[in-house]
Design a protein around this ligand. Structure first.
Ligand code: GDP
Ligand code: CA
Length: 316
């Protein structure tokens, strides 16, 4: 069993590859729920949806969020009525939020409703939210503390970041399926996908049971750098690193994760950082990590899985 930790786009891209190379019983994708929020009465889980849509092949590859072949009747009707339109909800996307919201109201857990939605999308691998109770990312900025979607969508990541808080993480309810996997002793590796370290992976690691499980691990943790050639392929990861005083490079990411990661996969564009990362006592794999197609996701996933399975000669 391999457990992958994922946010949205970068996480989903590697998840697609891992799902292509591992049978369903050998992969669990644990997804960030720190971005979740309530809007217009709907329970919205952006990263779960991105992972689900991408695995099902119904994602919109241009925007990086929402569904392909989307229509926008709801949005234009809403606008005519003077409703809130800063958060875009397509018609097909909305159906997912409606199903999720009504299930949650009936008392179904987020992990259970995610399992049901994923199976309706024909996904055979397990997609599990990091928590069944609310954990909400709060962004500390030069304009005060903001809710995640205020920072991310409404203010387009313009405020300067000073730190993060994951409200509710201490009391997070880890889904039973994930508890069982963590106790099973059958996990061969954890793969940290190339997702935003601060707002996609840190919320997952802020859940005490998950953090403790990884700290006491008897398996390697392999991470793929989300920073390629000194930039983030999408989103504010590099900007956040600079604002928090860290170098926006693969080496900066390695130092940020510290001893939570044993082996690093960095992009060929960053090959010159290999020795510096080895000096941080990490095994390093240099390869093409830009997953611009499903084929490229699969190729990278194969290398990541092989790297995870090598004996830990380079470790410590
Ligand atoms: P979000 O929740 O949609 O913002 O997505 P994530 O946190 O999962 O991913 C954002 C990060 O993924 C950014 O830092 C990107 O640089 C990184 N990313 C996206 N696509 C790729 C890719 O193909 N390869 C690598 N190495 N990183 C990627
Ligand atoms: Ca996200």
């Amino acid at each position: 069993m391999i457990v992958a930790l994922a946010g949205g786009v970068g996480g989903a891209r590697l998840a697609v590859g891992l799902a292509a190379v591992l049978p369903p019983r050998s992969l669990t994708v644990v997804v960030n729920t720190g971005d979740d929020f309530e809007h217009l009465g709907f329970a919205i889980s952006p990263d779960l949806d991105t992972v689900m849509y991408t695995l099902a092949g119904v994602n919109n590859p241009v925007t990086g969020w929402g569904r392909a072949q989307e229509t926008w009747s709801f949005m234009s009707a809403l606008e005519q009525l003077g409703g809130e339109t800063w958060f875009r909800l397509g018609d097909r996307d909305l159906a997912v939020h409606a199903v999720r919201t009504s299930a949650l109201r009936r008392g179904v857990s987020l992990s259970e409703i995610t399992r049901m939605l994923a199976s309706r999308f024909g996904i055979r691998h397990a997609v599990v939210p990091m928590s069944d109770s609310a954990v909400r990312t709060r962004v500390k900025t030069d304009r005060g503390e903001l809710s995640f979607q205020d920072y991310f969508v409404r203010l387009r990541c313009r405020p300067r970041v000073e730190g993060f808080r994951f409200a509710g993480s201490r009391k997070a309810r880890v889904p039973l399926v994930l508890q069982r996997i963590m106790r099973s002793g059958k996990v061969q590796a954890v793969v940290i996908c190339p997702s935003n370290p601060y707002i996609s992976i840190a919320p997952i690691l802020s859940v005490p049971a998950i953090r403790a499980w990884i700290r006491k691990r008897d398996f390697p943790v392999i991470a793929v750098s989300p920073i390629v050639g000194g930039v983030a392929l999408k989103g504010p990861a590099a900007k956040m690193m600079r604002e928090l005083g860290s170098a926006a490079t693969a080496l900066g990411v390695v130092r940020y994760y510290g001893d939570r990661v044993d082996r690093w996969v960095i992009d060929q564009q960053d090959a010159r950082l290999e020795h510096a990362i080895e000096r941080e006592r990490k095994a390093v794999l240099v390869t093409d990590t830009v997953m611009s197609s499903r084929g490229k996701s699969t190729r990278l996933a194969k290398r990541v899985v092989a790297f995870a399975r090598t004996l830990a000669s380079g470790k410590q």
